[in-house]
Design a protein around this ligand. Structure first.
Ligand code: SF4
Ligand code: SF4
Length: 450
């Protein structure tokens, strides 16, 4: 009994420390309520411990022993352990035609040969696309998310992204370097410039768009490459900015992520070329590949219910970049941290999606089973609100900013899926199941009809 009480007292102190550090790690201006709740929980543990350990005679030995057991067990359940779960390599999907992407369709100039070609092949899409085009433009001053400073920043950042060339300036140098050496250099450069995760995946035909859509003067051309590998990397988005979604201020963070990814990719492509390989950067506005499945195969994370890559450490709060090459780099293995099971019970992104674009059950798309997201419905909301939304990124429990508690529970659910409801309850308690929409540009706090 004495030992149990001593260990229980230590466990209570550890809990108080974890809660205090987690609360202190949150910005009080943005996370006022979660901070308050964490500090309240810490105070609760302090009071209960003071009562039970300071005056054990008051309630008898049994409550003190039960409290000690609870503190010890709950702490032990969070102790990280190495995962033994291996990820599956998803089957090769059928290639996606970039011309079908909603952004490509919106870029079709009225009366252009491309527009005529597209709607001749897809007459069923014309009505729906005209409705989308009739909505306010992104960044329109009349939209609820409008913020003049943020609009200027978003435009400026994307203008710089578009100036970044996708091919290295150097021709392939002498091919006397081993693939392992090239990979080490590429990873070193990417991490040095701010990538938080880097991996390599093999490149399969299903990873490429079938046909090019726009902006390269190659509309409708079949996309082929002799590249066999993709170096995929992620940059972290600022959690406080993402917390402002859906707003143009949050879109500034997206644009910044795309710019950082393009800059890193440009440097990686240069390194690969000078080391003897053929290389091509894939950046916002000029992709030939579908990035999230490639990133999952490169071991960076798993695909979440909202259709994006979710990493274990930063959740979906990342932007991806990639460089493809013909150097036969050793591919990484996909890993699993239990996201599929977590998503099945969570569904927070679907519940909070104002565009009603996220389905709660997996469906079949491009020949494989996956979570289904309606890209057109998502984009329609972007146009109505005037920003790239990002509410699904904001509410995902894996993307939370506070630490170290969040790191502990993430690793705990790896080996004990039964802890998922507890983690969700923790997340709901701190951040609410349905957080209040913030539209700081206008401060209206309301969404346009979805
Ligand atoms: S960005 Fe917004 S509208 Fe689009 S899927 Fe995410 S939550 Fe839904
Ligand atoms: S919010 Fe929940 S359901 Fe959606 S991706 Fe994140 S963990 Fe999965």
């Amino acid at each position: 009994m004495g030992v149990l009480v001593v260990i229980g007292g230590v466990a209570s102190a550890v809990w108080m420390g974890l809660l205090a550090v987690s609360g202190a790690s949150l910005d009080p201006k943005i996370y006022r309520s979660p901070r308050r709740r964490l500090f309240a929980a810490m105070a609760g543990i302090f009071l209960a411990s003071a009562l039970l350990y300071g005056y054990p005679a008051l309630l008898g030995g049994a409550p003190t022993a039960a409290w000690s057991g609870l503190m010890i067990l709950s702490l032990v359940s969070l102790v990280p352990r190495r995962s033994t779960v291996e990820g599956d390599s998803p089957p090769d999907p059928r290639p996606f035609d970039e011309r079908d992407h909603v952004l490509s369709r919106m870029h079709l100039a009225a009366g252009s040969p491309e527009e005529e070609d597209y709607y001749r092949r897809r007459p069923d899409r014309r009505g729906e696309d005209e409705t989308l085009r009739s909505l306010p433009a992104m960044g329109d001053p009349a939209t609820p998310a409008y913020h003049p400073g943020a609009a200027l920043e978003v435009d400026s950042l994307f203008a710089v992204v578009r100036r970044i060339g996708v091919l290295p300036s150097a021709s392939p140098g002498a091919a006397d370097r081993t693939p392992a050496w090239v990979r080490a250099r590429a990873e070193e450069v990417a991490r040095g410039l701010g990538a938080v995760a880097v991996g390599v995946s093999s490149l399969r035909p299903g990873d490429l768009y079938s046909h090019a859509a726009d902006r390269r003067g190659d509309y409708g051309e079949e996309i082929v490459t002799d590249h066999t590998r993709a170096i995929v990397f992620a940059v972290e988005m600022d959690a406080d900015r993402v917390e402002m979604a859906p707003s143009l201020q949050a879109t500034v963070e997206s644009a910044s992520g795309y710019l950082r990814a393009a800059g890193i990719g440009s440097a990686v492509a240069e390194v690969v070329a000078r080391a003897g390989g053929d290389a091509r950067l894939h950046r916002s506005g000029d992709y030939q590949i579908v990035l999230p499945p490639l990133a999952a195969r490169a071991g960076l994370g798993e695909i979440g219910m909202m259709g994006l890559l979710v990493t274990e450490s930063w959740g979906p709060r990342i932007r991806l970049g990639a460089v493809t090459t013909d150097i036969p780099l050793a591919p990484d293995s996909p890993g699993s941290f239990g996201l599929a099971e977590f998503c099945r019970r969570c569904g927070k992104c679907a519940l909070n999606c104002p565009g009603r674009a996220i389905a709660r059950a997996p469906g079949r798309s491009r020949g494989t089973e996956k979570w289904e997201v309606d890209g057109d419905a998502c984009y329609a909301f972007w146009r109505r609100v005037g920003s790239d939304c990002g509410l699904c990124l904001r509410v995902c429990p894996y993307g939370r900013a506070e630490w170290p508690l969040r790191n502990l529970w993430r690793r705990a659910v790896r080996r004990r899926p039964s802890l998922v409801p507890l983690c969700l309850a923790y997340d709901d308690l701190l951040y609410a199941r349905r957080p209040r929409p913030l539209l700081p540009g206008r401060g209206s706090g309301t969404f346009p009809d979805g």
